[in-house]
Design a protein around this ligand. Structure first.
Ligand code: NAD
Length: 340
């Protein structure tokens, strides 16, 4: 039976081991924002995967250097660099997957929503190019605020008549990675064997870890559960503060982005039982977008596995997230509607 919280086997290192034999594929994967703090290590991890046949690196700065550097690595993915808007169509042509970490990150004191003004138009421009040049590709958006950039992506694809809700993902994997790590720390477990679904959205109290559904099952007293939940919700801010003005999570996000991309590539290659949480169009709650565990397949989302059985504490967290989630979603939708 399929477990909702089965830990995906596709990790950056694990993939190379498990796919070092015959199971290779040739996906063309583009990274938009490839020269950035996330973009560079994410591209490195993707270059390391035998699932990637061609790695197309696009940014408005430094891509020739990043591409030249990565192209010397002794793995099979062919690396190409594209610089500036006029080269974007060529970067996207023939892509099966596009991962987007382009945009500005937070500085101390900022919320993810504070990034909206800058990142909304970056994501709208980039996803419009995707809709035109690789409308069938899986679109994985990392750029914040994810709670708004996914509705933006959807509206852009709808406007161009190529919308497929099963292929547009807000990458919230870092919340799951953090939850796994923090639970393992607290309970003295191996983090590689802990799996916590995280549902809702990707900002503050919209991040809802389902500790009651942790695999393996863990008992955590209520006061510690409250603190653990808040730490997971504010973990991004923990990194922003520690980096003291030099940006937000990049290395752990690159790891998380690669984990999601590898899971999706695995599923696209016909592997069965691949489950990841992501922020997607959803009918599971009153919010039109919501992250839940998703069964992935050849064509993206095969089945939304829903929220599962929640504890009373988790039900309250879901209820408390709704107004912020709906407001961020509407902000994204309105942005595209009002755009010339
Ligand atoms: P960064 O500033 O280091 O890199 C961003 C890159 O985007 C730069 O190379 C920049 O040149 C590029 N860029 C800007 N405008 C572009 C455009 N129009 N087209 C192509 N590239 C463009 O930032 P970062 O630390 O890599 O963070 C990137 C984004 O990821 C931010 O929005 C950040 O908030 C977000 N983020 C998301 C998560 C998550 O869990 N989803 C986690 C951490 C960070």
């Amino acid at each position: 039976m399929l477990s909702r919280v089965a830990r995906p086997v596709a990790t950056a290192a694990g993939l190379c081991r498990s796919f070092s034999g015959s199971s290779q594929c040739n996906a063309k994967v583009a990274v938009l924002g490839a020269s950035g703090g996330i973009g560079q290590p994410l591209s490195l991890l993707l270059k390391n995967s035998p699932l990637v046949g061609e790695l197309s690196l696009y940014d408005i700065a430094h891509t020739p250097g990043v591409a030249a550097d990565l192209s010397h690595i002794e793995t099979r993915a062919k690396v190409t660099g594209y610089l500036g808007a006029e080269q974007l169509p060529a970067a996207l042509k023939g892509c099966e997957m596009v991962v987007i970490p382009a945009g500005v990150p937070r500085k101390p004191g900022m919320t993810r929503d504070d990034l909206f003004t800058t990142n909304a138009s970056i994501v709208a421009d980039l996803t419009e190019a995707c809709a035109r040049h690789c409308p069938e590709a899986m679109i994985c958006v990392i750029s914040n605020p994810v709670n708004s950039t996914i509705p933006i992506t959807t509206e852009v694809f709808k406007k161009l008549g190529v919308y497929n809700p099963n292929k547009i993902f807000g990458v919230s994997t870092l919340d799951i990675v953090r939850a796994n790590t923090f639970v393992a720390e607290l309970k003295g477990l191996d983090p590689a064997r802990v799996s916590v679904p995280v549902i809702g959205g990707h900002a503050g109290k919209t991040i809802i870890p389902l500790i009651s559904q942790c695999n393996p099952k863990v008992e955590i007293p209520q006061d510690k559960l409250q603190a653990l939940t808040e730490r997971i919700q504010e973990a991004g801010t923990e990194v922003v503060k520690a980096k003291a003005g030099a940006g937000s999570a990049t290395l752990s996000m690159a790891y998380a982005g690669a984990r999601f991309a590898f899971s999706l590539l695995d599923a696209m290659n016909g592997k069965e039982g691949v489950v990841e949480c992501a922020f997607v169009r959803s009918e599971e709650t009153e919010s039109p977008y919501f992250s839940t565990p998703l069964l992935l397949g050849k064509n993206g989302i095969e089945k939304n596995l829903g929220l599962g059985k929640l504890s009373a504490f988790e039900e309250k967290l879901v209820a408390e997230a709704m107004s912020e989630l709906k407001a961020s979603i509407k902000k994204g939708e309105d942005f595209v509607k009002n755009r010339k």
